[in-house]
Every structure is written in C-alpha cells, then in structure tokens.
Design a protein around this ligand. Sequence first.
Ligand SMILES: *[C@@H]1O[C@H](CO)[C@@H](O)[C@H](O)[C@H]1NC(C)=O
Ligand SMILES: *[C@@H]1O[C@H](CO)[C@@H](O)[C@H](O)[C@H]1NC(C)=O
Ligand SMILES: *[C@@H]1O[C@H](CO)[C@@H](O)[C@H](O)[C@H]1NC(C)=O
Ligand SMILES: *[C@@H]1O[C@H](CO)[C@@H](O)[C@H](O)[C@H]1NC(C)=O
Ligand SMILES: *[C@@H]1O[C@H](CO)[C@@H](O)[C@H](O)[C@H]1NC(C)=O
Length: 251
Amino acid sequence: MKYLFTIACLAASVLASPAPPKGTFEWTPTLAGYMDVVFSYIQQAKSGAASPTCDLAKAAMPVAPTPLPTPSGLTLQHVALGRGVQNYTCANATATPAAVGAVARFYNVSCVASDWPDLLPIMPNLALQYPLPADPTGDLEPSNLVLTTHHYFANTTTPVFAFDAPESPDFGRVFTQKVNSSEAPTNSVVGPNGQGNGAVAWLYLTSRADTVSEIKAVYRLSTAGGNPPATCQGQDSAFSVDYSALYWFYS
Ligand SMILES: *[C@@H]1O[C@H](CO)[C@@H](O)[C@H](O)[C@H]1NC(C)=O
Ligand SMILES: *[C@@H]1O[C@H](CO)[C@@H](O)[C@H](O)[C@H]1NC(C)=O
Ligand SMILES: *[C@@H]1O[C@H](CO)[C@@H](O)[C@H](O)[C@H]1NC(C)=O
Ligand SMILES: *[C@@H]1O[C@H](CO)[C@@H](O)[C@H](O)[C@H]1NC(C)=O
Ligand SMILES: *[C@@H]1O[C@H](CO)[C@@H](O)[C@H](O)[C@H]1NC(C)=O
C-alpha cells in the first residue's frame, strides 16, 4: 500500500494547506477523481482485501480506439508513467508543426498496474498537472514513484528508452521504431488544466535490430496532452508541449 498511503497523506496535507507552494499542488477535479479511487482501495484494504502482489501477469493493457497489435508470445516486464515534452518544429507560419522527438522521465508503476488497475489510467492525467521534480534522479513528487527510464530520440524516427537510472531494471537501452498507432480516446485529457490541443496518439513500437536489450515491444497508452496546435501560425520555430503517458514494456 506504500504508494496509496503516501499519496493519500499528501492529499490530506494538500487539503489542510491554505496556500499550496506556488499553486503547484492544487486540488483539481483530476486529483479529486484519483483520490476517490485511492480511498476506495483503502476501504477494500481495511475490509481485508488480498494484499498487493506486484504480479505483472495480472496487468492488462487498455484497448486503443483502433486496436493495436497484441504482444503475442511476449511477456510484460515493466509499466512506467512517463512525464515530459513532445518537441515540434515550424518551418514557417503556414506550415503544420512537425514532430521531431520527445524527452521524458519514466517512473515505475508496475505494482499499480498489477494491483490497482483502476488507478493506473488516471495517473498520466494527474502527472500532467505537475512539473517534473527539480532533482533529475528524484522520485516523481508528490508521489514516491521511482525513476527507471530516460526517454529521448536518437533521430526523428528512433524513440529510445534508456534504463540507466540507479533503480532501473536491467533492460539496457532500447532503440525502437513506430509500427502502428491509434488516435487517443476522445475523452483523453487535452493538456494541463484541461487546456491544450489534445492527447498524443497511442503507439505500438518495436525494437530495432541494433538494440541490445531483451525488450522487444513498447506501447505508449493512456496519453494526456502533447499534441501541437493545428498550424504554425504564431509558433516559434521550435517548441515543446507537455505530455504524460503510460508505457508498457514487453520481452
Ligand atoms: C496496424 O495494425 C492493424 C491491426 O493490427 C493492421 O491492420 C495494420 O496493417 C497495421 N498498420 C501498420 C502500418 O502496420
Ligand atoms: C517496480 O517496482 C516494484 C515494486 O517496488 C518492483 O518489484 C519491481 O522490481 C520494479 N520494477 C522495475 C522494472 O523496476
Ligand atoms: C512552409 O514550410 C513548408 C514545410 O517545410 C513548405 O512546404 C512550404 O513551402 C513553406 N512555405 C513558405 C511560404 O515558405
Ligand atoms: C526537446 O525540447 C527540450 C526543451 O523543451 C530540449 O531540452 C530537448 O533537447 C529537445 N529534444 C529534442 C530531441 O528535440
Ligand atoms: C535513425 O536511427 C536508426 C537507429 O540507429 C537507424 O537505423 C536509422 O537509419 C536512422 N535514420 C535516419 C534517418 O538517420
């Protein structure tokens, strides 16, 4: 129950605080919805529900609006909550923004995926409300989720997942390519505070041949935010859009 109690205690202190620091940890409808689920789990725990197992065999991916290929024959190894930015460039005012990559930090939510599946899809919506912690290797404040992965692009078509943090599992550095995508569900969170241009697509990525890692497939699901404006009108030549998502790693 570690995550749940930490988050619940945090919420209690947020509620008690007349002026949250810099308005960062405000009580929002997303946080309220999250806490509703947390409290229902706490009630279940009090009434003697089975204790958490962190057994990834129990975790199940949500189905995309346009279903993505299933990871047949593969085994789920890790589920991470990603928080970062999607980068775009604009050639001129009449162009459409071009996606040029992303930079994000991922935090271990494997146990949440296994034991508290109702909580999992709300986490990106919640994470999008908060900036990344100032400490680049620290936990994802205000939770105690642990850093496991750095996400970046080797070139504009090569998303990379580097398991290079102190608490990372031994999955090396995964170089991938996009195989398939789906629009995000229409009820996805469009951006921080419900303001933005929509949630980035759900993706199915596979390892490139030059990857040295047992990870074979990566799914980006449950996205929140990250889409660029429809046109480059009034945009800088390069800009970033905040996003969050869940990433599922299979070997
Ligand atoms: C995406 O997945 C669907 C369903 O599995 C498949 O029909 C389609 O060909 C795939 N697209 C690509 C580009 O692989
Ligand atoms: C994620 O956290 C759980 C619980 O602390 C731990 O059992 C598991 O090994 C971690 N997984 C990874 C891939 O870091
Ligand atoms: C604007 O940029 C787009 C994309 O690079 C290009 O196709 C188009 O010709 C450019 N238009 C002008 C007016 O420069
Ligand atoms: C993306 O933008 C961020 C700044 O928001 C920058 O630090 C990073 O280097 C950029 N990465 C890529 C791949 O464009
Ligand atoms: C991008 O990087 C991948 C992986 O290293 C490589 O296979 C691919 O050819 C590169 N593409 C371009 C356009 O440079």
